[in-house]
Structures are given as C-alpha cells and as structure tokens.
Design a protein around this ligand. Structure first.
Ligand SMILES: *Cc1c(COP(=O)(O)O)cnc(C)c1O
Length: 344
C-alpha cells in the first residue's frame, strides 16, 4: 500500500477533482468591496444551511471564533466556555490577548456539556467588581461527540434568561447533524452565532463560515478586517466551500461508518483499549501501552499510516480520503505491530 492513510485529522484531505474544477471555474471579484459573487453565494448558502440570516466567510475556525468573541463582547466582558473547549484552550487565548475579553472556563463533561447549575453560578451579578458575563460558548462535536439536542435547548434557554448571547463553535457541526439525523439548521438555529469549518470533514482546502443575524454579521465583517482577515478574490476558495456543502455533507455518514469499522478491528487487538462510548462520528480514541509510544508511530509511518501519538488516548480521525481498503490496512498493520511487539 503506497498511498498514505492519514488518521491525524480530517483537515489533511486533498481537494477532489470536482472541487478543483469548481475552484478553477469560480467567478471572482474583490471581496473587501463586497464584489466577489462566489463568496456572496457561499455566505448565502452557508447561512441557509445553518439556520441564520447571514454569514461571513473567514480563513479559519480560530479566526471565526475570535471574530465571534470580538462581536459579542467588549473589553471587560467575559465568556463562559468549557475548560477543554477549543475556543478556550487551543486558540492562543485570542480573546484575552487581542480584546481584553476574559474567559470563564467551567469543567466539560465527557459528552461536551457543561453543568447547567455551574453555568448559572458562574454568571456574575451586575457589580463593578466583576467582569460582565456576556456570552456562553459551546462546542459541537466535542471530541467527536455531538452535543445532546435537549442539552442545547436547556443551555440556550438558561443563557437567554440571563441575557447572555450564545455562540456555537461548530467546527464539526455537520458531523453532529448527520449523526443525529437533523438538518444542520436545527442545531445552528438555536444559537446567536455558529462557526462551521469547511476545511475539516467537508474537504475544502481552506475556510470557515461564521453565521448569525444580518446585524451580527455586519459587525463581524468590521472585526474580520481589523484582524487582517479581509480578502480579495477569495471566490477561488469559496467555490470549494460551496462544492463541499453541496457534495460532502450527507457523505459524512461514510466517515462515521469507517470510524466504527476501525474501532471494531482495533478492539480485537488485546493490547489496544478502544473507548467504545466515544465513537459517535468520525473519531476513534484508543489507549495504547507505553511501549507503543516510541516504536509504533515510526512502524506505522513505514507502512504508510500517519497517527499522532503525543497524547494518550490517541485520536484517530476518518475523513473522505480514507478508503475501506485503508481501514483494513490500518487494522492489519496494527495487528502486525503487536505480533512483533508482544507485551509479555
Ligand atoms: C479545528 C477546530 C477549530 C479551529 O479551526 P482552525 O481552522 O484550525 O483554526 C475550532 N474549534 C474546534 C472544535 C476545532 O476542532
């Protein structure tokens, strides 16, 4: 097997021939002037998909979450987020660094929820000793798990009762919608703003859409310019996004099936512990014996398989460049490795 099976992330996909053709043919203009027809078309279709009036095409999920923070909050405000949430943990503290917006992290449960009572208690009273609690951020999917729909309902109700805005970091919200068999708008529409990545399971090379009300998006557009995100003939990229929304959403179910196949195969290997409950969409989490930390990864690489072993459990992600043959190859290569490296 020569071609690489890259399980590190669903961001590693190559644009398909059809997607490249759409990019090649894209009609473009200067998007800072609002004149790129393909960007405008993407923004409209993304807004419809996610249950909102308007959308903004931005370069990355990180930039999208940052712009959402800047738009919802002002200096001296704070946002509540899970302590394992990407928007709190893995975006360089952007809200604090660039906008004097303070995070209020609260423990994430394994299913991505944050205890409602903990949220209630964390909302600060109107008192000048405190930062102004302004925003609740949720994440979906969370480590491959879709947020329960009834939780979204309860959490957004609670936030509204306390005058908070609600943002969804929906980097993989389409995976959640496919898994839960609901239109993405059913999830997206519950929030004041939603960020969804086109460059993950949907297979686009670049890009994220931030959706919200017309007023919200007009304000967000200002902030996109401030953070250096105004772009010109971005229709080349937007065309990939339109193609992805049209062709690559329903097929996410195939990635979820492949994750299941992978998990089943790996679970048969004694040395590997598969977290069965975590397999909901396109991610598999496995615990590996210590010995594997140093020798497994190079062995897999020699056999054309890429995984990230820095963390245990190791996250394996399926996506549209992983074939059934690829899954079988991964399982048999793990088997070979552990035959050659028995634990006892
Ligand atoms: C990947 C990811 C982001 C950030 O996306 P980038 O495009 O890599 O900046 C944000 N949130 C979650 C949950 C993600 O998985």
């Amino acid at each position: 097997m020569n071609s690489l099976v890259d399980l590190r992330s669903d961001t590693t996909t190559q644009p398909s021939a059809g997607m490249r053709q759409a990019m090649f043919e894209a009609e473009v203009g200067d998007d800072v002037y609002g004149e790129d027809p393909t960007v405008l078309a993407l923004e409209q279709t993304a807004a419809e998909h996610l249950g909102h009036e308007a959308a903004l095409f931005v370069s990355s999920g990180t930039q999208s979450n940052l712009i959402a923070l800047l738009t919802h909050c002002q200096r001296g405000d704070e946002y509540i987020a899970g302590n394992q949430a990407h928007s709190y943990l893995e975006e360089g503290g952007g809200g604090a660094v660039l906008a004097s917006i303070q995070p209020q992290p609260l423990p994430n449960e394994t299913d991505g929820t944050i205890d409602l009572e903990a949220i209630r208690k964390a909302i600060k009273p109107d008192d000048f000793h405190f930062a102004r609690t302004r925003l609740l951020c949720l994440e979906n999917t969370f480590f491959g798990r879709p947020l329960p729909l009834d939780y979204i309902e309860q959490a957004t109700l609670l936030a509204r009762q306390h005058g908070l805005s609600i943002h969804l970091d929906g980097a993989r919200v389409f995976n959640a919608a496919v898994k839960q068999s609901v239109p993405p708008a059913t999830i997206g529409g519950c929030f004041d703003s939603v960020s969804a990545c086109l460059s993950k399971g949907l297979g686009a090379p670049v890009g994220t859409v931030l959706c919200g009300s017309r007023e919200f998006i007009d304000a967000a557009r200002r902030w996109r310019k401030v953070v250096g995100g105004g772009w010109r003939q971005a229709g080349i990229l937007a065309a990939a996004g339109i193609y992805a929304l049209k062709n690559n959403v329903a097929r996410l179910a195939e990635d979820h099936n492949k994750a299941n196949q992978l998990a089943e195969g790996l679970a048969r290997i004694d040395e590997i512990e598969v977290d069965e409950a975590a397999i909901q969409t396109n991610m598999v989490f496995i615990n590996l014996p210590e010995v594997a930390a140093t020798t497994l990864s190079p062995f897999l690489r020699d056999n054309g398989i890429l995984i990230s072993v820095e963390y245990n459990p190791v996250r394996l992600v399926t996506h549209l460049d992983i074939t059934d043959e690829g899954i079988r190859h991964v399982i048999s290569t793990f088997e070979t490795y552990f035959t050659q490296h028995p634990l006892n």
